[in-house]
Design a protein around this ligand. Structure first.
Ligand code: GLN
Length: 471
């Protein structure tokens, strides 16, 4: 008998539509897998079996099987609002807050008849690279349970890798889709800033946050992008430009395309197997007729310091709204100020507090010019570095991370954790689209990821190139 949970999202929808498998049958196969594996991996904060089954039964009754995701179970990162479900963003301070509306991406998934199966674990307010910062529990890497799945969308990456769901949604502010995708051996797509609506995403750093899919292969990422991409009147930063049919363009050739290899990447210490994987991906591209060029992004190494001023600054402002009055957790206090203080002291975890403090400091009078303004200038220079690069090439290739997954509790200082994102953060600062695709394993059997970066709003070509190098 066929194991439905082995199918890609694309194949699943195709088979449901042809009548080969049923919607409820599909859902039950996934629920069974979840039952077998979830105790060990712990990817979900919330699973709603009943609501999902009811929806599946409804869909099975329909005569016309319409919608790009017809009958497909989808998991959503817990920092994205799904009507009627608690949305905690991995934080105690949002415990008890139930969403009053669907995020635009969720609305799109429902419109295409996808089934929301549950909410996935993440680092608190998406701050982290391992999902160890979740206020509730850490998620484990399905490939090896002693290792982290990456973060902050660790739950979304792990549930796809564990075959508990065919596709999941995450968010990426500095690498939170691509890094866990690389660590778990799945595909992670961060679209161009402005390509996908952020309406209903609990904001971390609004000028950097992007929503995107974690999937088994590039075709599934293209399928989901077809569903979620496009202008949204609810999010003024979405851009009203043409959305391609990303499934349609996948197969075309990439002959003559120019691919840049970033010289400065090798200034960092990169694990041998990751260098090898990069090299073999480059060879594949050559084999497809691509031209490989060396490119310089001189300010690459300043991306991390600039990000760790800009992201905390925006976070300190975005998180000011969590005061115990409007959302979720509330403490007590004789006076309003005491009530705020107690709520925030008890509700936020250490990493979130660290960022609020850094951000508040960087934005305060007398320091603003030295920190926030300077970081913003560096950000602009990095963007110009990429602009120059893309005058010469169609896409860039680099490792997603400098190492494969690390063990739980292995990173001892915040800085060590921050360093995980050296190759993903520059991309967010520039707002570019990027994708991490699996490229083999290291000698411990842990997945290796290769990252491709495309021009602004050229996800079509990016996906096509990625499709050519995926294993
Ligand atoms: N790890 C980075 C951080 O902690 C990026 C997180 C993200 O992309 N949400 O900020």
């Amino acid at each position: 008998m066929m194991d439905i949970t082995k199918l890609t999202a694309y194949e699943t929808v195709k088979r449901i539509k042809s009548g080969e498998i049923g919607v409820k049958e599909t859902l039950l196969s996934y629920l069974k897998k979840i039952e077998e594996r979830e105790d060990l991996i712990k990817t979900f904060i919330l699973i709603d079996r009943d609501r999902a089954i009811k929806k599946a039964e409804e869909l099975d009754q329909l005569e016309h099987k319409e919608g790009l995701l017809f009958g497909l179970p989808v998991a959503i990162k817990d920092n994205i609002n799904v009507y009627g479900y608690e949305a905690t963003a991995g934080s105690k301070i949002l415990k008890g807050y139930v969403s009053l509306y669907d995020a635009s991406v969720v609305e799109s998934i429902k419109r295409e008849n996808g089934i929301i199966l549950g909410k996935t674990n993440c680092d608190e307010f998406a701050m982290g690279s391992s999902t160890e910062n979740s206020a509730f529990f850490p998620t484990r890497n399905p490939v090896n349970l002693e290792y982290v799945p990456g973060g902050s969308s660790g739950g979304s990456a792990a549930c796809v890798a564990a075959e508990e769901v065919a596709i999941a949604i995450g968010s990426d502010t500095g690498g939170s889709i691509r890094e866990p995708a690389a660590f778990c051996g799945v595909v992670g797509l961060k679209p161009t800033y402005g390509r996908v609506s952020r309406y209903g995403l609990i904001a971390f750093a609004s000028s950097l946050d992007v929503i995107g899919p974690l999937s088994k292969d590039v075709r599934d990422a293209a399928l989901m992008l077809n569903v979620i991409a496009g202008f949204d009147a609810h999010d003024e930063t979405t851009v009203d430009i043409k959305v391609d049919d990303y499934l349609d363009i996948l197969e075309g050739n990439i002959k003559g395309k120019k691919i840049g290899v970033i010289k400065e990447v090798m200034d960092f210490e990169v694990q041998k197997e990751l260098k090898d994987a990069l090299e073999s991906s480059i060879q594949k591209l050559k084999g497809e007729g691509c031209e490989i060029l060396e490119i310089s992004i001189p300010y690459l190494k300043y991306a991390l310091p600039s990000y760790y001023i800009i992201a905390p600054s925006e976070a300190s402002s975005n998180l000011a709204r969590f005061d115990g009055v409007r959302y979720g957790y509330e403490s007590d206090g004789a006076y309003l100020r005491e009530f705020y203080e107690n709520t925030r002291t008890e509700g936020f975890g250490d990493e979130v507090k660290r960022r609020i403090l850094i951000g508040t400091f960087a934005l305060s009078e007398g320091y603003f010019e030295d920190y926030y303004l300077k970081a913003s200038k560096v950000r602009r220079i990095i963007e110009m570095d990429f602009e120059n690069a893309f005058e010469q090439v169609d896409a860039l290739i680099l490792p997603t991370t400098a190492t494969t997954a690390f063990k739980l509790n292995e990173k001892k200082s915040p800085l060590e954790m921050y360093m995980t994102d050296i190759f993903t953060i520059p991309v967010n600062l520039a707002g570019l689209p990027a994708i991490s695709v699996p490229a083999g394993t290291d000698k411990a059997g842990l997945p290796v990821g290769v990252q491709l970066v495309g021009k602004w709003f050229e996800e079509a070509l990016l996906l096509r190139i990625a499709h050519h190098i995926e294993e």
